[in-house]
Design a protein around this ligand. Structure first.
Ligand SMILES: Nc1ncnc2c1ncn2[C@@H]1O[C@H](COP(=O)(O)OP(=O)(O)OP(=O)(O)O)[C@@H](O)[C@H]1O
Length: 270
């Protein structure tokens, strides 16, 4: 794992002190016009847990994530973070997207600094940015502009910017979806290493069952029942084993087949 050992290297650096938060989603529904997208979603995520959300395209994964982050509003039900309802964009939450969404005129360090909470003083902010760049392996690129770094590095910058808020909850929507397969696997390892050093609760939307099984404590499968339109939780699978996990293990193969079947892909059909 690329990031193992970072904890030692970074001991004492200022990464902030927020503790991972508990997330509770209860009776959540979302309609757009007369179209129901989510219907009766209940989920409890423990502090520090990594939960992956998978589901067919259009099953409402991003909508669920956006509602948890206060970027969209539920039509029914509530989301609470540490027992406090989410009522809008919430400073306990940071969000990372598939596109890194960096400001091209700012340096890599400047983009990370953009995520700092307003209350932090300049010296502490500079120290936290330096620690985060170190954490994601970009300390040598602090002064580069986004166009001068690779896609993987841009995505690492985006992750560092999200962590700059020192969030209790990190929401990641297909964060590695645009990266090539090798970079993607490296980023998965890096994320796990980063979370060891800067623990937070993570909700991760992904299309990739393999990624979900590598990263998550539990995998949530969203989908609609045949007789009603809005998606709800179809399965919650607890993934066994310490990370990094053995992709070839029989246990994971069984879970993989079960989740793929839940997505409508029967690997035994051919
Ligand atoms: N603001 C909106 N107005 C109208 N419809 C919306 C809006 N946001 C999402 N939808 C619809 O809700 C459904 C679920 O969208 P969402 O992006 O949450 O799905 P998803 O599971 O994340 O899909 P994908 O895997 O393709 O990203 C889609 O049919 C989408 O068109």
């Amino acid at each position: 794992m690329a990031a193992v050992g970072l904890g030692d290297r970074l001991a004492g650096l200022s990464l902030g002190r927020s503790t991972p938060a508990a997330v509770r989603v209860a009776g959540l529904g979302r309609t757009f016009g007369d179209r129901s997208v989510l219907d009766g979603v209940d989920l409890e995520v423990a502090p520090g847990e990594i939960v992956a959300i998978i589901g067919a395209s259009g099953s409402g994964k991003s909508t669920l994530l956006r509602i948890v982050g206060g970027l969209d509003v539920a039509t029914e039900g509530v989301v609470t973070i540490d027992d406090r309802p989410v009522t809008g964009i919430d400073d306990r939450v940071a969000v990372g997207f598939q596109e890194p969404r960096l400001l091209p005129w700012r340096t890599i360090a400047g983009n990370v600094a953009f995520g700092l909470p307003a209350h932090l003083d300049r010296a502490a902010g500079r120290e936290r940015v330096a620690a985060l760049l170190d954490l994601v392996g970009l300390d040598d690129f602090a002064g580069h502009r986004p166009r001068a770094v690779s896609g993987g590095m841009a995505q690492r910058t985006s992750l560092a910017r999200a962590l700059a808020r020192d969030p209790g909850v990190l929401l990641l929507d297909e964060p590695f979806g645009a990266l090539d397969a090798l970079t993607r696997m490296r980023m998965q390892d890096l994320l796990l290493g980063v979370l060891e050093t800067a623990p937070t609760t993570v909700l991760l939307v992904t299309h990739d069952v393999e990624e979900a099984l590598q990263l998550a404590d539990r995998v949530v499968l969203l989908g609609a029942d045949p007789d009603r339109p809005g998606a709800r939780i179809q399965q919650i699978v607890t993934v066994p084993g310490e990370r990094p996990r053995d992709r070839g293990s029989a246990e994971l193969a069984e879970l993989r087949a079960r989740l793929l079947a839940g997505l409508g892909i029967d690997r035994h059909a051919h």
